[in-house]
Design a protein around this ligand. Sequence first.
Ligand SMILES: [Mn+2]
Length: 323
Amino acid sequence: MAIVVRVGHLPSPDATKGTALGLASAHIPYNAATPSQLFELITYSPMNTFVIGDLQGCQQQASELLQQIDALSAREGRAAATILLAGDLVNRGPQSLQALRHARALGPRLQAVLGNHDLHLLARSVGVGREHVSDTIAPILAAPDRTELLDWLRQRPLAYLHEGVLLVHAGVLPQWTCEQTLALAHEVETVLRGPDWGDFLREMYGNTPAIWHDDLRGTERLRCIINGLTRLRFCSQEGEIDFLTKEGADAARPGFMPWFEVPGRKSADTTIAFGHWSTLGLLLRENLIGLDTGCVWGGKLSAVRIDDRKLLQVACPQHRVPG
Ligand SMILES: [Mn+2]
């Protein structure tokens, strides 16, 4: 497994100001690069990667945000930005089909991790799970390019490391290190990319087991990985997931807390970018980038640049009413 480390190459009169004027790529196995090597690459390589929160079919706002990103990159003399999407590209919003087509069309410039709504789309495509009244994925399922779109979607990772930032849709269970998170995500990715992905999705739904153990096997293991990466908001200090509470960070039930507040969380040394939690809103800490600012609920679509935390936002009309 390898990550692509993009190294800004120089020089130009502006190089001393830290603007990147060209990009070269070097492939380094993520488990072969030491943290200090990565730090050096990151420190001396002005890059241009934006992480964007849950689109949920709000393609008009996604296009506007991308235009803002491109305009800013041009003004700064940076190369075209790499785009990372924190999952839930589709559903609830008005243009799920267009959002999926557009993301796929961006090619290697874009990476996206799978969210619970993206998995719901894959499940519905094989007749699994209930159709919800708020679903807006029917146009995808009826589209002439449905097969290409769904095949692209199911090839997406559930966790992705880029410029030292770990991207997931919802969260990381406190028992998992960054490296372990990538390895566990890859177990699910292998199944979703394989010939039996439809069969697997029939077993995917469920709230058990609610707590991770390294010795979990089979469907229980994969389900717990998926629930941790795509549904997590609150958990206990031991890592037991609370599937019920969906309100903001101060709504924790006794014994539970936001997943990123668990003392001793093993991924705390890595910056994690995530979406999924619209009632949490924008969260910017040294090692956290929370990006779901409730686009589909009449909030904003947010993009944060990794290297300098530059924030760009587009306001959205209210497409959905909570409840
Ligand atoms: Mn979600």
